[in-house]
Design a protein around this ligand. Structure first.
Ligand code: ADP
Ligand code: MG
Length: 316
């Protein structure tokens, strides 16, 4: 269980505290959404719960331990044992493969390499990206990167899963699929999600809203009761979704498309122009030669169709 008591967070150089006297409770299994305007402190709160920031006033107690009382080794242990984090900015190494990136959260796990690979493959399959295992991270589309970030959060079976805007800039079908996975996870552990897609928050979630550094509680439900999952009406991460994503991606790269189209037009124009030019040169050469010929010239034309030119000889 996570219990936050009178948490106040002030960044240096900021006059007002970002979080003001926040208190809340999160039980062991359940789905929680953190909403609020951009800059309202959502990521700050998630990072404090995730043990990435200890510079605050108040208490953050997880499983009866006050996080600020932990020493450095215990803090690292807390992050490894308790927390899985789906980062908004992926926190991946662009030039490494998906596999290498996903091995990182398991770096100090006691699993053998083949067990780790099996686990990674299972999680990738869950988000429909098993075929990207050996691709470099920078070869993936934005939506695929988001799904790999999700896999990072699924791979360690920790009691707390934190997700910072896991649905941002994805199409609706993929957002629904990811939400289904997060709802499923929330039956085994506490899942806290930051989102701006408020109309897509499932009914089984508890919602915290941050306004001017203060927290309000909405849609309060009893997280101890396990609500049934929404029945799935379609296969998650379908092929159509992938094509739609590629199409959306291309549309978003308008600058690239314009340059490609312009290059194509220039290439076609150059080919046509050089063809016309070579024909024109040939014709003008022939007419120049003809004009220089004397009346006594004999013109020999080859009837062979494979040769289309004309030969000239002067008769003396
Ligand atoms: P949200 O996730 O809701 O968009 P953040 O938690 O990222 O909001 O930021 C809340 C406020 O704290 C913002 O005003 C932001 O500028 C400020 N802030 C965030 N991180 C830092 C930092 N490292 N140093 C100084 N100010 C910060
Ligand atoms: Mg944020």
């Amino acid at each position: 269980m996570i219990e936050i008591q009178n948490l106040t967070k002030r960044y240096k150089n900021n006059q007002e505290p970002t979080l003001k006297n926040i208190s809340l409770k999160i039980v062991d299994t359940g789905l929680y959404y953190l909403v609020g305007k951009s800059g309202s402190g959502k990521s700050t709160l998630l990072q404090i719960i995730g043990g990435m920031d200890y510079d605050y006033q108040g208490k953050v107690i997880v499983d009866k331990k006050d996080l600020s009382s932990l020493n450095e080794i215990e803090k690292a242990d807390y992050r490894y044992q308790k927390i899985s984090f789906i980062f908004q900015d992926y926190q991946a190494i662009e030039k490494e493969t998906v596999l290498d990136n996903l091995l990182k959260p398991l770096a100090i796990s006691s699993l053998s390499l083949s067990e780790k690979k099996k686990k990674i493959a299972e999680c990738l399959k869950r988000v429909g990206l098993l075929n990207k295992l050996k691709k470099n991270f920078n070869e993936l589309s934005g939506g695929e990167k988001k799904r790999i970030a999700l896999v990072r959060g699924l791979i360690k079976e920790t009691p707390i899963l934190l997700a910072d805007e896991p649905l941002a800039s994805l199409n609706k079908n993929i957002r629904n699929d990811i939400t289904d996975i997060l709802v499923e996870e929330s039956r085994k552990r506490a899942v806290i999600i930051i989102t701006h897609e408020e109309d897509e928050i499932p009914e089984c979630a508890e919602v915290f809203r941050l306004i001017d550094g203060k927290i309000t509680f909405e849609n309060k439900i009893d997280q101890q009761v396990n609500l049934p999952l929404k029945p799935k009406t379609r296969h998650p991460f379908s092929l159509i979704d992938n094509f739609r994503e590629i199409y959306t991606n291309l549309l978003s790269k308008r600058k690239f498309l314009t340059i490609a189209l312009f290059s194509l037009v220039v290439a076609l124009f150059s080919i046509t122009f050089s063809f016309l030019l070579s024909n024109g040169v040939k014709n003008s050469l022939e007419s120049t030669i003809t004009s220089f010929m004397s009346e006594n010239s004999l013109v020999i034309t080859n009837k062979d169709e494979s040769y289309t030119g004309t030969a000239f000889a002067e008769v003396r």
